[in-house]
Each structure stands twice: as structure tokens, then as C-alpha cells.
Design a protein around this ligand. Structure first.
Ligand code: KG4
Ligand code: ZN
Length: 344
């Protein structure tokens, strides 16, 4: 599936991770991610700090990826780079670097949509899905259920109307004083908590027939967590935040996981498609992985979830997608610009 005779460097800098990967000999031979810890104290990514950090980190990150793969710049036959969606200033750092490198080496530049990178992240490692496959993309910026056909065709079944699933994790974590990014600590605490502690509203919206559909809303559940805490008397709130923190996390996570896995199961039933991919930062969630795996066994579909390091932002997925694009003859000109609001 991945071309054996191509050596390609991929660069990803759309948000707060500076990442580079090398594809060579038909496999991803290195994938380096420099995570920017500077945002932790701010409760979210500070765009100006992110782009400055990318400038500082891009050269050492690319050098580390080349070295780990055992290749030099002169071995490269193409450079793939994320050009959107994401933070404009962050995207521009990776994009300018990739353009300069491709121009200097005289090799093709391949622009990659970050979301498409997540969608094809299930091709980094075997076993790979067959087309068409259902893909649930759940990240900090997106929540999207698509049917992925061969030839870069993404048929949308549903998406979120407001916040993304990862955003809900981050905002709820902030309300609970758990820091940024919020997914990992909520995931950790949820494993020890009681999910029946409180019933939070389902983030799944009704479809045209009134039954749960494929569209989501995550702002409601976030607001519900906020009001639940706000409405408690100060002493009671203190008690909940100390004695029942894990239970609140488990209850929130249960509502999110039920909605996401429920939509996937219904889509499998409705479309008859037997391959399902779960991608994006939130697919690193252990509760979601376990529930999706149980559904796959019960309903008889093949579940494809990337390795943890390939669920969250990385350049290995940009390398794989870049190789697919290159094989299809889809290269980019040096006039490629950053597109912060790029859609799938
Ligand atoms: O895909 P990603 O790394 O970046 C975007 O493209 O947005 O996703 C980041 C999101 C964050 O909201 C983060 O809180 C969430 O993924 N996340 C998780 C977990 N690990 C990361 N959410 C739930 N459980 C996790 N274990
Ligand atoms: Zn992402």
C-alpha cells in the first residue's frame, strides 16, 4: 500500500506540536513530535507563543527525523506538509520551511489537509482498512463521521454543530481544575470513577426521523457540567471536586463515549460497511477505544485505531497522506498558502 521506492519527509505544525516524519522503504521510518509545554499554564494554546516555538523547534525536529530514519536531505524525493486547517502563524512556519526545502532540493512539494492526515492515519501501521470505511474523526477542532471512498472522496454522514469532542474534554477539564490538554487527565480519572454518578445529556442530536442521528453538539454537555458545579453550595462543590472528581469524569466520559460509539454502530448497520476507523486526538481515549472494540466484537466489524502516538497530532499521518497524493499525481506549487479554515 505504501510505495517502497519513495523517500519522503513530512512536516506538521498546524497547532502546538512541531512534528516531522520520514517515509522510506515502504514504511514510516521515523516520527518525531516536539510538544510545546509552554501552553499548559494558559488553559489553551496561545497562537503567538505557538508560532515562535515552531520556529525554534522546526530545524532540530526535522534533523532528528532524518537521523532516526537514517537518511539525509539529499535522499529526499518529496516534501509533504500540512497547509490547513490550523493556526495561521503555526501553519506558515512548517509551510515556509517545506517550500524552501523542496525548492532547494528540486523535489515536489505535497500540501496535505491535516484532517485528511487523521483520516489516513490508520494506514501508518497494519492491519489497514479496506475502502470504503467509516471514519470517526474526533480531535480538538473537529468531530466528523465520514464514509471514506478510494480516491480522496469523503462522504459526510454528520459532524458537530458547535464544539468538538476534544474541546469539550478540554473545557470540562478546565472547569474541574485539571489543566490543559484536558483529555488525558479526564481519561485517567474516568477509569477510576463511577459513570452512574450523574446523567449528563447526550451530545448526539436527533436525525430527521427524530431518532439519534449522526450530528453532535458538545456545548450542551459542557454547559451542563458547568451549571452542575455552579448550582452546588460552596462546601458541597468542594466535596464533589475532592471526593467525586473521578465520578464526574466517568459520568462525562460515559455520555461522550455512548454518543460516539452509538453513532458508529448505527452507521455500520445503515451502510453495511464493515471497516471502521477511529482517529484524531480523542481516539487516544482508553474508554472510547474499549467501548468501540466491544462494539466491533458484538456487531462484527473491523475496528482500526492508530497507535496512541498516531492518534494525537503527528507527522507520520502527513507522510502517509502525502505519499498517497504523490502517487495520484497531486503535487502543489510553491504558491501553496496556509488555509486556517480548510475543510475535509
Ligand atoms: O488531533 P489532536 O492532537 O489535535 C487536533 O487536531 O485538534 O487532538 C487534540 C485533542 C485535545 O482536545 C485533547 O484534549 C484530546 O485530543 N485528547 C484526548 C485524549 N488525548 C488527547 N481526549 C480524550 N482522551 C484522551 N486520552
Ligand atoms: Zn489533529
Amino acid at each position: 500500500m505504501l510505495p517502497a521506492d519513495l523517500t519522503l519527509l513530512a512536516i506538521e505544525s498546524s497547532c502546538d506540536d512541531t512534528a516531522a516524519a520520514v517515509l522510506t522503504g515502504g514504511r514510516v521510518a521515523s516520527s518525531v513530535v516536539a510538544s510545546q509545554r509552554i501552553h499548559e499554564g494558559f488553559g489553551g494554546v496561545v497562537p503567538e507563543l505557538a508560532s515562535r516555538a515552531h520556529q525554534r523547534l522546526i530545524v532540530p525536529t526535522v534533523e532528528a527525523a532524518l537521523e532516526e530514519a537514517g537518511v539525509t536531505k539529499d535522499d529526499l524525493q518529496a516534501v509533504a506538509v500540512t497547509y490547513g486547517p490550523g493556526l495561521a502563524g503555526s501553519l506558515l512556519v512548517g509551510l515556509s520551511f517545506a517550500k524552501a526545502l523542496a525548492l532547494g532540493l528540486g523535489v515536489p512539494l505535497v500540501g496535505v489537509n491535516h484532517l485528511e492526515g487523521h483520516v489516513y492515519s490508520v494506514f501508518i501501521d497494519a492491519p489497514r482498512p479496506a475502502f470504503p470505511y467509516l471514519c470517526l474523526t474526533v480531535s480538538g477542532g473537529h468531530t466528523l463521521l465520514t464514509l471514506v471512498h478510494e480516491g480522496f472522496v469523503h462522504e459526510e454522514l454528520g459532524r458537530t454543530r458547535d464544539d468538538a469532542a476534544g474541546e469539550a474534554y478540554d473545557k470540562v477539564a478546565k472547569l474541574l481544575g485539571l489543566g490543559y490538554p484536558g483529555g488525558p487527565p479526564v481519561d485517567r480519572l474516568a477509569a477510576e470513577g463511577d459513570p452512574s454518578f450523574r446523567a449528563f445529556p447526550s451530545p448526539r442530536l436527533p436525525g430527521p426521523d427524530g431518532r439519534p442521528g449522526y450530528a453532535f453538539s458538545f456545548s450542551g454537555i459542557k454547559t451542563n457540567v458547568r451549571y452542575f458545579l455552579q448550582d452546588l453550595a460552596p462546601a458541597e462543590r468542594e466535596r464533589v471536586l475532592t471526593d467525586h472528581l473521578a465520578d464526574v469524569c466517568a459520568s462525562f466520559q460515559q455520555a461522550v463515549v455512548d454518543a460516539l460509539v452509538g453513532a458508529v454502530r448505527d452507521a455500520v448497520r445503515e451502510t453495511g460497511v464493515r471497516h471502521v476507523a477511529l482517529v484524531g486526538g480523542v481516539s487516544a481515549n482508553r474508554g472510547l477505544r474499549a467501548a468501540a472494540q466491544a462494539a466491533a466484537e458484538a456487531d462484527g466489524f473491523a475496528l482500526h485505531v492508530p497507535a496512541f502516538q498516531h492518534s494525537v497530532d503527528n507527522a507520520a499521518m502527513i507522510a502517509v497522506t502525502g505519499a498517497f497524493k504523490l502517487a495520484a499525481g497531486q503535487t502543489s506549487g510553491l504558491d501553496l498558502t496556509a488555509e486556517p479554515s480548510l475543510k475535509l
